[in-house]
Design a protein around this ligand. Structure first.
Ligand code: FAD
Length: 394
């Protein structure tokens, strides 16, 4: 074999998987089809401190802004303020962050080929042959294990017979000049007018800019136009959009993420939080396990599906329950009418509840907050809120 491990795709998940494969002693190759790691960007870049830690990055130059909280708008445009009173999240520049992560994979011992696309995979005795096309033409490279970290449209997952993701939503976003009410807070919008079943956002970045976007099952462009031109807050403050991006966001995971000699990680596996649709924290966490298991399997000369299942078991034990609970919440949220959302937000507009939300709110693991709210609403006899939370949780 030319390599022990080949990782396809140098996004956060791919770089993390390559880093951990190399750290565990595997001869590792990381492939990126684009000429620059991190470009083009399809991300708002809003991540938690935990996500930064999972990516094993300190507070580097890729941090654009620190965020303290959020104004959350109901469909009738009542809004509540959630103020963490300290840095609760960071806005990052993915172009710089992704390059830093790839650099760290290389520092750990992985090789990287940019402008090199994996075109196909074929099983060969003891491993996989990857057909790659790069600046010098097309060649076949072999490895004991191939990790597909090639994003939401993963060709590796399909070619490996691991099927398609259950559902993919559209995310759309512009970067525009902006006069925020308060530059330390993001604005979140709910309701059928701008983001039916999902949500929209305006996230300030440094200077006088913000990223305005939304998630949608259909007509994403029309909803964004409406948000930009009609919403009381956004239309007055966001101007001169200079950058439009669109991308797919997976909702739900692949049924299986391993087969003989192949593992799938990150967006390609659907390892994305189905409430916030953020995939950096979850992808990096799972990728670390993938890199380690791939290296050990390759070096032991056994990269059978049975051996690689260790990865599947470990990542599901780690985040599977949380993802399942978020999925239930998402399904229930998707069924709520504008009136339900107005009512729910009005119930949450209470100083004690806001305090619990800011104290226990964790965008990566929201179940803790749900349990704390449940306890509080029970103690205070808030049966309507409790009923809502019970439905969300079970
Ligand atoms: C508009 C939008 C906003 C978002 N905002 C946030 C946010 O604020 N916070 C958050 O946590 N998440 C956010 N996400 C999700 C986040 O961007 C993804 O979860 C994350 O990028 C997934 O990382 P990944 O490494 O799995 O895949 P990707 O980042 O998609 O990386 C895949 C890489 O594989 C490469 N590749 C693909 N095919 C091949 C091939 N055949 N050969 C070689 N290379 C290949 C691609 O070029 C790419 O570099 C957002 C997504 C969208 C669309």
């Amino acid at each position: 074999m030319d390599y022990d491990v080949i990782v396809v795709g140098a996004g956060p998940a791919g770089s993390m998987a390559a880093k951990y494969a190399a750290l565990n002693g595997a001869k590792t190759l990381l492939l990126e089809e684009h000429g620059q790691v991190g470009s083009p960007v399809a991300c708002t870049g809003l991540i938690s401190r935990n996500a930064l830690d999972e990516c094993e990055l300190g507070e580097g130059s890729f941090i654009n802004k620190r965020i303290r909280g959020a104004f959350v708008h109901s469909p009738n445009n009542h809004n509540i303020l959630l103020d963490g009173k300290r840095t609760m999240a960071y806005v990052v520049e993915r172009k710089i962050m992704d390059r830093e992560m790839a650099r760290r994979a290389v520092n750990a011992g992985a090789e990287i080929l940019i402008s090199t696309k994996a075109e196909g995979i074929t099983p060969v005795p003891g491993g996989i042959s990857v057909k790659v096309t790069g600046p010098d033409g097309t060649e076949d490279i072999t490895a004991s294990v191939v990790i597909g970290a090639d994003g939401v449209k993963s060709k590796v997952a399909r070619a490996a017979g691991l099927g398609n993701l259950p559902h993919v939503c559209s995310a759309i976003q512009v970067e525009a000049t902006y006069e925020p009410r308060n530059p330390d807070f993001v604005e979140m919008f709910s309701g059928s007018r701008y983001a039916p079943k999902h949500f929209a956002w305006a996230v300030p970045t440094s200077g006088d800019c913000c990223r305005v976007g939304l998630i949608s099952d259909e007509h994403a462009h029309e909803y964004l136009q409406r948000l930009l031109t009609e919403h009381e807050i956004v239309s007055k403050k966001a101007r001169s959009a200079v950058d439009l991006i669109m991308g797919g966001v997976p909702v739900g995971t692949l049924k299986r993420t391993v087969t003989d000699n192949i593992m799938i990680v990150g967006d390609a596996a659907g390892q994305v939080k189905p409430i916030s649709y953020g995939g950096i924290y979850t992808g990096a966490r799972c990728a670390r396990i993938a890199g380690e298991v791939a290296a050990k399997a390759a070096l032991a000369g056994d990269a059978s599906s049975a051996r690689l299942m260790e990865y599947e078991r470990r990542w599901r034990a780690d985040i599977g329950r949380e993802l399942m609970m978020m999925m239930r919440f998402r399904q229930m949220y998707g069924r709520m009418t504008d009136q339900d959302l107005d009512e729910a937000l009005a119930l949450l507009d209470d100083p004690e509840i806001s305090e619990v939300m800011t104290k226990y709110g964790d965008i990566d693991r929201p179940s803790k907050l749900a349990f704390e709210l449940l306890k509080l609403s029970k103690n205070r006899g808030m049966w309507r809120l409790m009923g809502l939370l019970v439905k969300l949780l079970f």
